[in-house]
Every structure is written in structure tokens, then in C-alpha cells.
Design a protein around this ligand. Structure first.
Ligand code: SF4
Length: 348
């Protein structure tokens, strides 16, 4: 079972381990700490009948349930096929052993030169800034990731920063996780302050789902450190369905753009969530209305427990062909697969 559920707000060894904790949690931190973590509660709150419980509890034992209230509020009551619920509701199928589906589908263990550091592609390095997520997505390719081995101490962070200082070919630091924005603003401000002091670093990229599942995460503190850095800022949001984008998300996106952040989106093509031309077209339209450009549509990474979300390549290509007929080119996401060992994402 994944171990990232541990204390979101008080990891003892973190970039700011020597900084006193804030006396009061922010509104988003309170929401995070109050997220639903009980599969029975999730089913009850959405009016699902008891037939969903055994699967929900069995899947929860493999990868725990985590759903913030703000995300739950966008789901349709009484509809077990709601596209947002499908992303977070554990099913009995997660326990099936499907050939080809493994715990580390992208072989990230091969590309980890130090704790919390992943170096796969030329010119950019990925930092695991937080082992926690605001929501646990059932299809997540890191659902088995050894976060406990990748939660660096302050001294380890210093070593990772040294690696970046010494390698002048690296121009972009990517904050990932878990969800990097699950870290506190103090932790992130500390990290970014050290990153921007590295002269050859040009860009800061964040991959996050937090502004979507808890839009209040985009508050004054976040806008403050993000807006202040000299680094060019790119945020890649992870949104899979148009129904995820409510007015609060639109507002969060506006604030991010005001802080000088370029907004992109990547989605995963998921059976039962967004596997139709209509759903994908609606998602692209809604993203653009919120000032976000569709970037990637990933096919599913073959992670153990998620095979029931798979859409075959041929069908994925047909969906993109259908999308091309109804959308302008700039709203068409690139259909890609990540293949371990390749120097970039592979177009399909
Ligand atoms: S937010 Fe991202 S990293 Fe976290 S569970 Fe969902 S897909 Fe995985």
C-alpha cells in the first residue's frame, strides 16, 4: 500500500525542517487534512448502493482513498458512472493481476541519481517536492512509488541542488510529486529561492492537480513566491474531464496567469472517464475558456491496478482523428505514450 498518506503538514525532514511551522494552517491545508479517506464515507456521501462497497474497500487496501470536499462537490449524486468519481473510486478490478501491468511502468528507479531526483530527459530534472497528493487517482502511474525512499532530508536536498549547480546542461527544474503544491509555501519558497540562484536554470515547471481539486490552494502566499521568482514559470495542470473546471478553478487559473505562469494541461485517456470525442472536445473547449492550453493526452501507463482504465491505441488514434474534425489545431492535445528509456514522449 502506498505510504504517502502520512502527515501532510508535518513531514519532519523537509527543505524547511529548521523553520518553525505556521501557527495556523491555511484554508487549503485545512481542506487537505479533512479530505475523505474512508471508502464507506465516499460511497455514502455520493448515494451509492452497498454493491459498490466491497470493491471500494478492497481497492482502498491497495491504494488508499483520498478525495477533498471541493472535488466531491463537482460529482453527481447517485451516479456511480460520474466521470470525476470514476477517477477516485476504488474498484474490485484493481486487485486483478493483468500481464504487462507492473508497479514501476516507467522504470523510474533507473533514473534516480539521488533521493527525490529523477533525471530522464536532457536539459531538465525532476524533483519530488512532496510525497503527498490532495487526491489519490486510481490510474496514477506512481501509485506504487517508494515515496518513503524519496522524501529527502535537508542535507539530501542540498546534494540535489549541488547536482543541478554542477550540470550546466540543465535549464529547467520540474517540481513533481506526489503533488508539489502539497508542500507548504515556506518549503517551496525555500526550494525556489535556491533554484533561482543557479545561473543556468531558466525555467521552473510544476506538475500539479491541486489548483483543480482544491482551487483555494492558489492563495496570496503561493502567488507571492511564484510571482517573485526570476525563473520563467510553467504549470502543467492535470485535468481529465470538463466537469472538473468550475468557477473556482477558473478563478485559480486567472490568479496563476496574473503571477506570470503559463498554463498547460495534460490528461490521461481513461475508459469510462473521457473516452469519447464529445468528452475530449468539451474538455479542450473548457480548458481554453479557463486560459489553459491542452498539451498532452497520455495513453495509460501500464501500472498494476489500473488496467480497467485502458483504451487501446487504435481507438485512441480514432478519437484524435475525430477531435481533429471538430476542434481548431491549437486545441488538439498531442497523443503520446511514455516509453522507458526514450529521450522524449513518443507520439502515437
Ligand atoms: S494527483 Fe497526480 S501524482 Fe497524485 S495520485 Fe493523482 S495522478 Fe498520481
Amino acid at each position: 500500500m502506498i505510504t504517502r498518506s502520512s502527515a501532510l503538514l508535518q513531514r519532519p525532514e523537509s527543505p524547511s525542517a529548521d523553520v518553525k511551522p505556521l501557527s495556523r494552517p491555511s484554508a487549503w491545508q485545512t481542506q487537505l487534512s479533512q479530505a475523505i479517506r474512508d471508502p464507506r464515507e465516499l460511497c455514502r456521501r455520493l448515494g451509492l448502493d452497498d454493491s459498490w462497497l466491497p470493491g471500494a474497500e478492497a481497492g482502498h487496501a491497495l491504494f488508499e482513498v483520498r478525495v477533498p470536499e471541493a472535488f466531491l462537490a463537482r460529482m453527481r449524486y447517485g451516479d456511480p458512472h460520474d466521470p470525476l468519481l470514476r477517477q477516485v473510486l476504488p474498484l474490485i478490478a484493481e486487485g486483478e493481476n493483468v500481464p504487462g501491468y507492473v508497479t514501476d511502468p516507467l522504470e523510474e528507479a533507473e533514473y534516480t541519481p539521488g533521493p527525490g531526483l529523477i533525471h530522464k530527459y536532457a536539459g531538465r530534472v525532476l524533483l519530488i517536492a512532496s510525497p503527498a497528493c490532495a487526491v489519490n487517482c486510481r490510474y496514477c502511474f506512481r501509485r506504487h512509488f517508494p515515496y518513503s525512499d524519496n522524501s529527502p532530508s535537508r542535507a539530501q536536498w542540498e546534494r540535489s541542488l549541488d547536482t543541478l549547480r554542477q550540470d550546466t546542461s540543465i535549464h529547467e527544474a520540474i517540481l513533481s510529486g506526489g503533488d508539489p503544491l502539497a508542500a507548504s509555501d515556506r518549503q517551496l519558497a525555500w526550494l525556489v529561492e535556491h533554484l533561482e540562484a543557479i545561473p543556468h536554470l531558466k525555467r521552473l515547471r510544476l506538475h500539479t492537480r491541486l489548483p483543480v481539486v482544491i482551487p483555494e490552494r492558489v492563495d496570496d502566499a503561493l502567488s507571492g513566491w511564484l510571482g517573485a521568482t526570476r525563473l520563467q514559470k510553467v504549470m502543467v495542470l492535470h485535468i481529465n474531464h470538463a466537469q472538473e473546471i468550475d468557477q473556482a478553478v477558473v478563478k485559480a487559473c486567472e490568479r496563476l496567469r496574473s503571477a506570470g505562469v503559463a498554463l498547460l494541461n495534460q490528461s490521461v485517456l481513461l475508459r469510462g472517464v473521457n473516452d469519447s470525442v464529445a468528452a475530449l472536445a468539451q474538455l479542450s473547449e473548457r480548458l481554453f475558456e479557463a486560459g489553459v492550453l491542452p498539451y498532452y493526452l497520455h495513453v495509460l501507463d501500464p501500472v498494476a491496478g489500473a488496467a480497467h482504465f485502458d483504451v487501446p491505441d487504435e481507438e485512441a488514434r480514432e478519437l484524435i482523428a475525430g477531435l481533429r474534425e471538430v476542434l481548431p489545431g491549437f486545441l488538439l492535445p498531442r497523443l503520446v505514450r511514455e516509453i522507458p528509456g526514450e529521450t522524449s514522449k513518443t507520439p502515437l
